[in-house]
Ligand binder design. Sequence first.
Ligand SMILES: NC(=O)c1ccc[n+]([C@@H]2O[C@H](COP(=O)([O-])OP(=O)(O)OC[C@H]3O[C@@H](n4cnc5c(N)ncnc54)[C@H](O)[C@@H]3O)[C@@H](O)[C@H]2O)c1
Length: 263
Amino acid sequence: MIIDLKGKVAIVTGAAAGIGREIALTLGREGVKTVATDLDTDGLTKLGDEFAKNGFEGLQIACDVADAAAVKETVARVVAEYGTVDVLVNNAGVAPGGPVETLPVEKWDLNFSVNTRGPFLMSQAVIPIMKKQKSGRIINAASFAAIVPAIGGAAYAASKAAVVYFTRVLAGELGPWNITVNCYAPGMIPSGINNFGSLPPAEASKMLDTLTLRRWQSSDDVANLVCFLASDLAGYITGTMVDVSGGKLATQRPYVAYEGPAV
Ligand SMILES: NC(=O)c1ccc[n+]([C@@H]2O[C@H](COP(=O)([O-])OP(=O)(O)OC[C@H]3O[C@@H](n4cnc5c(N)ncnc54)[C@H](O)[C@@H]3O)[C@@H](O)[C@H]2O)c1
């Protein structure tokens, strides 16, 4: 079985760093014309250098996913360059948090404008293109927080739970055009959005205790899933959220299995 994405055109938002960067590089390696967008222009330039070095085809476009005009302009530029959009990966995300009682409203709004409004605007911009070609893949970043939220993460969790339901409704609306819409829920990948990489060992150990596969997740776990969801092999999967969290809290105390032959 081969995942064949050669020649497809994909847009990945939030591709200058972290998981999005890995998704972009993986798609580039698979022969996809990959348009990387982000606010971070330095990160995009570095990614562009990596694309050039490896002979991958793609563009890097500075774009704020929450800015409706910038989103429309970006998608128009992609169509002018490559003629269509086959795959949209709504990866860009932020997670400013704090206790609800004192959370500044700006932080609440930022979670929703990037994590929820962003996928809405980007999807709205590509839908007519995908409908015209009667095929497409929209793949949204949800989070394990949409399943079990964390203390201090009310805005983030609510914005990601919204992505799950946005995904389901959009899948229903676009089914007749053979466009699938799915989302995925990563668990714990050390990146710019969290402090997993700098936790004291005892704290890190407690976090890892929640995982069935007791190791930090890597961005390519998500990138590989995105490639599958983008491919023809996933043509009958739509409206769903894929848990790619390493079995986080799949059982009540997954660390017991690491303590010896308890079962
Ligand atoms: N890292 C994890 O453990 C984890 C877990 C669950 C879900 N996720 C989700 O995965 C996605 C990627 O997260 P990450 O860990 O790579 O984070 P990251 O902070 O490393 O990368 C996020 C990228 O999004 C970009 N971005 C932020 N606001 C933007 C905007 N308005 N417009 C365009 N780009 C913008 C940032 O510049 C950055 O490059 C996010 O949606 C996040 O919620 C991550």
